[in-house]
Design a binder for this molecule. Structure first.
Ligand SMILES: *[C@@H]1O[C@H](CO)[C@@H](O)[C@H](O)[C@H]1NC(C)=O
Ligand SMILES: *[C@@H]1O[C@H](CO)[C@@H](O)[C@H](O)[C@H]1NC(C)=O
Ligand SMILES: *[C@@H]1O[C@H](CO)[C@@H](O)[C@H](O)[C@H]1NC(C)=O
Length: 316
């Protein structure tokens, strides 16, 4: 529509100035590219090649909502990450099983987290999504402390308890009523975690409490924990549950759900996060750079239906 970038920018500034900041979001980048952070291979993974992996379900999750994915490998230099940061429109920190204080995964997550804080402070919109381990990683990055506690939530599907913060949250304010009803009454969110952020520790830690708003909670019967949160002042979102599993993972065990409502919840969250990434104007310097970075350059490995991840990407 707007061929001249400058004319577009001037027009956007004029519309924003005229109608107020609420209208600024209409200038969507409809070709978003989202980085998914790789992590150290599991020792128990006999198909593993190289040193790191990304479960393909996280890639499909984002692709299902209109984004393309770039893998972020864990052994690159800070300078390379900085360059990548200004080329992509968001970051997804996936689930997994690494040390969230001392891994390479953590080193890279911290670099992007700090770049994202700085960018957002300068009105350069850059969203982050954390799932499960990604949620936990964000709590460590924000508080500089591991506040997690063990819970009995290793393989169980739960309904979400929506708190008062959910209603006017960015993540849930536009959720269809019937989907909200399903999420709050059916056992459709997959929990595969041993560690959780208890409401007690959330409330006692000033840094966490000031930074994030609790949207939903859950309990293992003994401890109540945060299951969904979003940052007040940053487009950072975290779910302790796994929206990507329902449509894209097929291991048959307790906690796995393929109900239509679970799949709708997956697409709702993916679509929400991708719409956030569409507000970022970052781009690769050239189309060739973009092509070289995209995940299409890698071939996922089929690990079988009894694997916790049905397909993985592996990286040197
Ligand atoms: C990361 O690993 C790859 C493959 O082993 C290697 O080619 C590359 O130089 C490494 N990069 C850094 C920054 O260590
Ligand atoms: C609170 O966090 C500490 C670590 O800072 C942890 O040892 C403790 O188990 C946590 N307690 C609860 C109830 O979450
Ligand atoms: C949901 O899960 C809980 C705890 O596992 C169980 O007690 C309850 O019966 C389940 N509800 C449904 C509708 O399956």
């Amino acid at each position: 529509m707007c061929r001249l970038v400058l004319a577009c920018a001037v027009f956007a500034a004029w519309v924003c100035g005229f109608l107020g900041p609420a209208s600024c979001g209409v200038y969507y980048n409809d070709r978003p590219v989202i980085g998914v952070l790789a992590q150290e291979n599991l020792e128990s993974d006999h198909d593993a090649k190289g040193s790191s992996y990304i479960a393909a379900s996280y890639v499909k999750f984002l692709e299902s909502a209109g984004a393309r994915v770039v893998p972020i490998r864990i052994n690159e230099t800070e300078e390379e990450y900085r360059k990548l940061f200004y080329s992509i429109n968001g970051l997804l920190l996936p689930g997994g099983d690494v040390d969230i204080e001392a891994s390479q995964f953590t080193r890279v997550a911290k670099i992007f987290y700090e770049l994202a804080l700085k960018a957002n402070d300068a009105a350069d919109y850059f969203p982050i999504w954390g799932t499960c381990q990604g949620f936990q990683q964000l709590t460590v990055l924000t508080s500089n402390k591991n506040l997690l506690t063990l819970t009995d939530t290793k393989s169980v599907a739960l309904p979400l308890n929506f708190g008062p913060g959910a209603q006017n949250s960015r993540m849930f304010k536009n959720i269809p009523k019937d989907l909200l009803h399903s999420l709050s009454s059916e056992n459709i969110t997959s929990n595969f975690h041993s560690w959780s952020l208890s409401i007690q520790n959330f409330t006692r830690n000033a840094k966490i409490k000031r930074f994030y708003k609790i949207l939903t909670t859950n309990t293992d019967g003994k401890k109540e924990f945060v299951s969904t949160m979003e940052a007040y002042r940053y487009p950072f979102y975290a779910v302790q549950w796994h929206p990507e599993k329902s449509p894209f993972e097929w291991i048959d065990k307790p906690g796995m759900v393929h109900a239509m409502s679970a799949i709708r919840a997956s697409f709702y969250t993916a679509s929400f996060f991708v719409s956030e990434a569409m507000k970022s104007q970052h781009r690769f310097p050239t189309q060739a750079d973009e092509e070289k970075a995209l995940i299409y350059n890698y071939i996922p490995v089929f690990k079988g239906v009894n694997s916790i991840f049905i397909q993985n990407y592996y990286f040197d």
